[in-house]
Ligand binder design. Structure first.
Ligand code: BGC
Length: 764
């Protein structure tokens, strides 16, 4: 470390720090005294400067862009920079802070490392579909290794917003509809990023987002309001945030949305009472992009007023908007915020830097050799291929069309067949879009000369060129073909001649989901569906390889297309991984982490709903004066937890070790599962409960356990789950987390619908 100016001001304190090596949990007393000493030297401007997070300019999600960054760093008016990459650039920016600012306080460098850094893994909803907790953790570890090698030390991930509205574009960025699965994944992501030692050069500080309830935006429209009962918040939407905090997530990001009349970014109840007082969070809170400024449009006052509101709510760092930078000093002099408010936030930000080891070595993440050797390594790519294969969900496989034989000729048709840039999926800002294989290129690499491929575009992504332009932003191109729809279809039909099977690569482009990409019609676009109909008329075996960032309404496809493989967006190795599955090298094992509705009008549709006072009897469509629709039944197209394999799994002999569970005991649930098919494969065995009588109404099913188990063809295993009284707890009317004695139902099965069941009683 070049210490020059930096040393003059903080060396004495630093020495104390350096000699005591940074550990997983920094010595609190030393950290406190180091920071107190440093803060005693800081002017009010420098303290407010720490609260300012700017963008390095490479990726922005709003119209405001940071300016004058270099000058501001030197004057101590910036605490962190995000979306700047490369060890050289980051070293240069860090130099400005460390060598040219008065106190030499290092900057923190953030980035949206969401599902991989350069080696892209499946989009989060795809990762969740793997239900493979070890693999999910490994993806976060690899992302941390790569991002830190490129200078980053803080990621704006995991995104843990529960959503039950697939119209919302950001469905793709989360783990779906379920609080239990979402919590399990949140824990793995945090642990994967942060590792055992935050100060290590290859671990990233996590940032749980978007706190809170962003996934419940009304009508699925992005940035929209949320209005929700406390009971639902605590039981259904809060658990993944809390799980991430309990797992040690270092930072939290506010959400954009209004919550029961108070936007999250100014919501003291949320940021202080819930987050810090109830959950004991000790880290710093950063806003989302210009979220403080947006409070003006929410109608809470001018910039000075809303900045003060945010700070007082417990929000520490201001992303891009510079409301804090430009107004807090004035607010302090007018008594609208206190010195203690500013000091609190400044301290939490300095603590974050301390925990990352930045005071010890501000250039810790600037090793050019690591950037050369640790990114896109063969091992990382192999892992990406493995995870992608496990994230795909086989939705239908009539007459065992899949796997396809590795001989002969196939037709590969569709607007998603030959686009490399779409494969990484949304929120992959650091991906190298020009060097990502398309589905066709990946298939060719895997199949070599064994299978000939006839390709045709078949249709544009969307009929409407303006819609297509919106859906192919940020370099995710799908070139438009100006020929008529009929001409494109005719060309596709020609390409199918002499082929043994057709693979139709259809669905959404990567930017049809993600931020600001909500849709009201969530089917496969009409022109693509017309192509599919024409292909079906050939009478050849057809596989729909579906790309999507959200559950789609596939009612027509489910009725008419013999095989459907939902691949979401599988990341860098999508092409090869799809070939692995289609041609039988990998047996699909993904399960849906969200319900697929039959039509948009059923939304929100989720398995963990309440029973109502007039439930519809099982298997019925309509009964007058029951809770149902005239025009569509209540059932989903594909239930939560659903996903097929090339094998079949038989469940039998569900047994509980006792019919009465005493609160101090453990209930053992055993079930026999047999692979009754011809292929080795993995099955996600799922356990749900129902609390039959409660002091509040309880969901008809709640996931409480799952195991992803490998079976040889024909193999039978007894799977055991353990349920404890703690697993039966929920937040009651007074928001106490309690279990209630009485009868419970247990369900075990291959998805949330097809289950065996039994009962027990909890005694306390
Ligand atoms: C998104 C966040 C993201 C931030 C920084 C915002 O628009 O909502 O998820 O972390 O931009 O890029």
């Amino acid at each position: 470390m070049n210490i020059s100016r930096y040393s003059r001001l903080v060396l004495s304190i630093c020495t104390l720090y350096v000699t005591s090596a940074v550990t997983a949990q920094p010595n609190k007393q030393k950290m406190d005294s180091f920071i107190s000493e440093l803060m005693s030297k800081m002017t009010i401007e420098e303290k407010i400067g720490q609260l300012n997070l700017v963008t390095g300019g490479e990726a922005t999600t709003g119209s405001t862009v940071s300016t004058g960054v270099e000058t501001k760093i030197k004057s101590g008016a910036i605490g962190g920079v995000f979306s700047m990459t490369s060890p050289q650039r980051i070293r240069a920016a860090q130099d400005l802070a460390v060598k040219h600012s008065r106190l030499g306080i290092p900057l923190i460098f953030g980035m949206d490392v969401i599902h991989g850094y350069k080696t892209m893994f499946p989009i989060p909803i795809g990762l969740a579909s793997s239900w493979d907790m070890n693999l999910i953790r490994q993806t976060a570890q690899i992302a941390a290794t790569e991002a830190t090698a490129d200078g980053i030390n803080w990621t704006f991930s995991p995104m843990v917003d529960i959503s039950r509205d697939p119209r919302w574009g950001r469905f793709s960025e989360g783990s779906g509809e379920d609080p239990y699965l979402g919590s399990r994944i949140a824990i793995e992501m945090v642990k994967g990023y942060q590792g055992d030692d935050l100060a290590a050069h290859n671990t990233l500080m996590a940032c749980v987002k978007h706190f809170a309830l962003y996934g419940a935006s009304e009508a699925g429209r992005d940035y929209n309001s949320t209005d929700m009962s406390l009971h639902r918040m605590y039981n259904e939407y809060f658990p993944p945030y809390k799980a991430a905090i309990d797992a040690g997530a270092g930072t939290v990001m506010t959400s954009f949305n209004d919550i029961n009349g108070m936007p999250a970014t100014a919501n003291k109840w949320l940021m202080t009472d819930v987050l810090r007082q109830q959950w004991g969070f000790q880290g710093m809170v950063v806003t989302d992009y210009t979220a403080i400024n947006e409070l003006i449009d929410h109608g809470l006052g001018d910039l000075q007023q809303v900045s003060a509101l945010s700070l007082k709510a417990g929000v520490d760092m201001d992303m891009v908007g510079e409301g804090y930078l430009t107004t807090l000093k004035k607010s302090l002099s007018e008594g609208k915020v206190s010195q203690a408010d500013i000091d609190r936030s400044c301290r939490l930000i300095l603590e974050t830097k301390y925990k990352l080891g930045l005071f010890e070595d501000p250039y810790k993440y600037c090793d050019v050799n690591r950037a050369k050797n640790n990114i896109l390594t063969p091992a990382h790519l192999a892992k990406a291929r493995e995870v992608a294969g496990k994230s795909f969900v086989l939705l239908k496989n009539e007459q065992q069309i899949l796997p396809l034989a590795k001989t002969g000729k196939i037709a590969l048709i569709g607007p998603l067949a030959n686009s490399g840039s779409n494969m990484p999926g949304t929120w992959s800002v650091s991906a190298d879009l020009n060097n990502t294989q398309s589905l066709m290129a990946g298939m060719k690499e895997v199949l070599g000369t064994k299978v000939a491929i006839n390709y045709a575009l078949g249709s544009n992504l969307l009929d409407d060129p303006i819609y297509q332009e919106r859906a192919t932003m940020f370099g995710r191109t799908i070139p438009r073909d100006n020929r008529s729809e009929d001409e494109l279809i005719a060309e596709a039909l020609k390409a199918t001649e002499g082929t043994d099977a057709i693979i139709a690569a259809l669905g959404e482009s990567s930017e049809m989901s993600g931020e600001s990409s909500s849709r009201t019609e969530i089917g496969i676009p009409g022109n693509q569906q017309r192509l599919l109909k024409a292909l079906l008329k050939t009478g050849k075996p057809i596989v729909l390889v579906l790309f999507t960032g959200r559950p789609l309404t596939l009612t027509w496809e489910q009725e008419n297309v013999p095989a459907i493989l939902n691949t979401w967006f599988g990341g860098t190795e999508t092409g090869k991984a799809v070939a692995d599955v289609l041609f039988g090298d990998v047996n699909p094992s993904g399960k849906l982490p969200a319900t697929f509705p039959k039509n948009v009008g059923q939304i929100p549709l989720y398995y963990g709903a309440k029973n109502t006072g007039r439930p519809l009897a099982n298997g019925k469509w309509f009964e007058k004066f029951r809770s149902n629709y005239l025009d569509v039944d209540n059932e989903p197209l594909y239930p939560f937890g659903y996903g097929l394999s090339y094998s079949t799994f038989k469940y039998e002999n569900l047994k509980l070790n006792t019919a009465v569970l005493q609160a101090s005991e453990t209930l053992q649930v055993k079930v026999e599962v047999q692979n009754t098919g011809k292929y080795d494969g993995e099955e996600v065995v799922q356990l749900y409960i129902r609390d039959i009588v409660g002091s509040l109404t309880r969901p008809v099913k709640e996931l409480k356990g799952f195991q992803k188990v490998a079976f040889k063809a024909g193999e039978k295993k007894t799977i055991t789950f353990e349920i404890k009284e703690a697993d039966l707890k929920f937040y009651n009317e007074n928001l106490e987390f309690v279990s209630e004695p009485g009868e419970f139902e247990i369900f075990v099965g291959t998805n949330s619908r097809d289950v065996l069941s039994s009962k027990f009683e909890l005694k306390k």
